[in-house]
Design a protein around this ligand. Structure first.
Ligand code: NAD
Length: 497
C-alpha cells in the first residue's frame, strides 16, 4: 500500500477525533478537578485538544484501581498463555491503527510522519509482541539443594507500576515500559509527558479492546510535575519506571526515599561520543551515520551522537564529508512524507536549543552550518541542523545535553585521548567507534563507560539488546529479558521434605 500524501495526511488531521480525557478502570474520564491544559501542535501552533490535567486526586483513583485489579488476580494470576494471547492482540491493534497513531504522534510532537509510521510504530508493535512472546518462555529456578530440601526461586510481579515517560518517542518509550510490565502480570499507571499525551490516551482503549481487564492499564495525563510527583510519592506504588531527564530522575529517587522506598528504574539523559578513527573502513559511511546520529528525530534522542570525536589526521577531510551529509537533512513540513527533519517539540525547546547555539558562539566554537530558527513563517518550531567545529570537551555545548540537532566536533590525537574525552561526561548511555582494526574496536569498546557501544555503525540493536545507561544516564535496562528484572520480585521458597 502506498504511503498517504501530505494532502491526505492533512485531510485526516482535519477530521481526526482526539481523545483528551484520562483513562481509569477501562473508561475515559475528566480529571477530578475538571481542569484541562492546552495541547498544541508544534507544526503550526494549532490547538489539538484540551487535555485532562490530572493531579493527586486522580493519582489516588488510578492507583487504587490498579491495586484492586492486581489483587483480584484478573491479570496477575491469568494463565501465561492467556496473558500472552491478549498482549499479542494488543500489539495487533496498534499495528491495525498504525496510521492513526502515527498521525497523532506527528501532530503532537512534530516528528516527520514517515518516521512516526515507519520507525516508531513498528518498533512499538515489535516491543509488545516480543514481550508477549516471552511470557510463556520464562521459567523459574529450582535450587541445587540437599536431598531433603526443595528450593524454589520464583519471580513474581511487583504489583502496581507507575511509568513516567518523555515526549521524544512518546509511544515507543511507553511500550518499552508497558511491554514487560504487563507481560509480568503487573498493573500499570502510565503518565505521558504533558507535551505528548495523545497516543498514550488512544492506546488505552485499544488495550481494553484487546482484552486487558479494566484497571490493569490506566493513563493519567497532567501538566508539569503534579501528577508525576503524586505517583512517585504514592505509598501504594511498588515500582516507578521513568524515561526522561537526569534532573527529574534524581528528584524521583528522592520521592521514593521520602515515601515507601518503591523501586526506581531510570532511563535518563546522554551526551554520546561518536568516535571516528583515521582507519575507519568507509569515511563516507561514517559521515552519513554521524549526520543521521544528530539529525534524526531533530536531535531529540537520548542516544544522539552529539559529540563527534574525529582523529586529527582526517578531521578536515571528515568534516567536509559530514557537511555534505548534513545537507541531506533539512527541516520540512512534518506531514510531508519526504520530510526527514520535523519540528522541535515546542517553543520552550527551541529557546533551549538557540541558547546552546549562542553558548557555542560565545565559547569560540566555529559554526560550520545551520545555527538558527528556520521556517518561522509557517508558525512551526523548526531549527536548522547545526555543526560546530573546533569544540573542546570543556565547552558547555560538549558537556550538556542539548536535545536538538546541534553537533560538536572535537579532534583527538590517540586512542587513549579519544577514550579520555569520551568518558569525560556525567553521562554513559551510548557510544560508537569507527575503525578497521578489530583490536582497537574491542579495546576501545571495553574502555568506554556506556550501556551501548556500536562499532562501524550508529544505533545498532533490537529488542534482544538491553538498553540503558552507566553513570548519570540511569540504572536498569529496558528491552531484552533483562527488562523483566524491573517488573518482578525474586522469591526464595524453601521446603523441608
Ligand atoms: P523530563 O524529565 O522533563 O520529563 C519526563 C517526564 O517526567 C514527563 O512525563 C514529565 O511530565 C515528568 N516530570 C517532570 N518533572 C517531574 C517531577 N518532578 N516529578 C514527576 N514527574 C516529573 O524529560 P523530557 O524533557 O520529557 O525528555 C527529555 C529527556 O529524556 C532527555 O534528557 C533525554 O535524554 C531523556 N530520554 C532518555 C531516554 C533513555 O532511554 N535513556 C530515552 C528518551 C529520552
Amino acid at each position: 500500500m502506498s504511503t498517504p500524501s501530505r494532502t491526505e495526511w492533512e485531510h485526516r488531521a482535519s477530521i481526526l477525533k482526539i481523545e483528551s480525557r484520562a483513562f481509569i478502570h477501562g473508561e475515559y474520564a475528566a480529571a477530578v478537578s475538571g481542569a484541562t491544559f492546552d495541547c498544541r501542535s508544534p507544526i503550526d501552533g494549532r490547538l489539538l485538544a484540551q487535555v485532562a490535567s490530572c493531579d493527586a486526586a486522580d493519582a489516588e483513583r488510578a492507583v487504587a484501581d490498579a491495586r484492586a485489579a492486581f489483587e483480584s488476580g484478573v491479570w496477575s494470576r491469568l494463565a501465561p498463555a492467556k496473558r500472552k494471547a491478549i498482549m499479542q492482540r494488543f500489539a495487533g491493534l496498534l499495528e491495525a491503527h498504525d496510521e492513526e497513531l502515527a498521525l497523532l504522534e506527528t501532530l503532537d510532537m512534530g516528528k516527520p510522519i514517515n518516521d512516526a509510521l515507519k520507525v516508531d510504530l513498528p518498533a512499538a508493535v515489535r516491543c509488545l509482541r516480543w514481550c508477549a512472546e516471552a511470557i510463556d518462555k520464562l521459567y523459574d529456578e529450582v535450587a541445587p539443594t540437599p536431598h531433603d530440601q526443595l528450593g524454589l526461586v520464583t519471580r513474581e510481579p511487583v504489583g502496581v507500576v507507575a511509568a513516567i515517560v518523555p515526549w521524544n518517542f512518546p509511544l515507543l518509550m511507553a511500550c518499552w515500559k508497558l511491554g514487560p510490565a504487563l507481560a509480568a502480570g503487573n498493573s500499570v499507571v502510565l503518565k505521558p509527558s504533558e507535551k505528548s499525551p495523545l497516543t498514550a490516551l488512544r492506546i488505552a482503549r485499544l488495550a481494553v479492546e484487546a482484552g486487558i481487564p479494566p484497571g490493569v492499564f490506566n493513563v493519567l495525563p497532567g501538566y508539569g510535575h503534579t501528577v508525576g510527583k503524586a505517583l512517585a510519592l504514592h505509598m501504594e506504588v511498588d515500582t516507578l519506571v521513568f524515561t526522561g531527564s537526569t534532573r527529574t530522575a534524581k528528584q524521583l529517587m528522592i520521592y521514593a526515599g521520602e515515601s515507601n522506598l518503591k523501586r526506581v528504574w531510570l532511563e535518563a539523559g546522554g551526551k554520546s561520543p561518536n568516535i571516528v578513527f583515521a582507519d575507519a573502513p568507509d569515511l563516507r559511511a561514517a559521515a552519513r551515520a554521524a549526520a543521521g546520529a544528530i539529525c534524526f528525530n531533530q536531535g531529540e534522542v537520548c542516544t544522539a551522537g552529539s559529540r563527534l570525536l574525529v582523529e586529527a589526521a582526517i578531521k578536515d577531510e571528515f568534516v567536509t564529508l559530514l557537511l555534505e551529509e548534513v545537507q541531506r537533512w533539512q527541516p520540512g513540513h512534518p506531514l510531508d512524507p519526504a520530510t526527514n527533519v520535523g519540528a522541535l517539540v515546542d517553543e520552550q525547546q527551541l529557546g533551549t536549543v538557540l541558547d546552546y547555539i549562542a553558548a557555542g558562539h560565545a565559547e569560540g566554537a566555529q559554526l560550520r552550518c545551520g545555527g538558527g530558527r528556520v521556517l518561522a513563517e509557517t508558525g512551526g518550531v523548526f531549527v536548522a541542523p547545526t555543526v560546530f567545529d573546533g569544540v573542546s570537551n570543556a565547552m558547555k555545548i560538549a558537556r550538556e545535553e542539548i536535545f536538538g540537532p546541534v553537533l560538536s566536533v572535537i579532534a583527538f590525537d590517540s586512542a587513549e585521548e579519544a577514550v579520555r574525552i569520551a568518558n569525560d561526561t556525567p553521562y554513559g548511555l551510548a557510544a560508537a567507534i569507527w575503525t578497521a582494526s578489530l583490536s582497537k574496536a574491542h579495546l576501545t569498546a571495553k574502555a568506554l563507560r556506556a550501556g551501548s557501544v556500536w562499532i562501524n555503525q550508529y544505533d545498532g540493536g533490537d529488542m534482544t539488546a538491553p538498553f540503558g545507561g552507566f553513570k548519570q544516564s540511569g540504572n536498569g535496562r529496558d528491552k531484552s529479558l533483562h527488562a523483566f528484572d524491573k517488573y518482578t520480585e525474586l522469591k526464595a521458597t524453601w521446603i523441608k521434605l
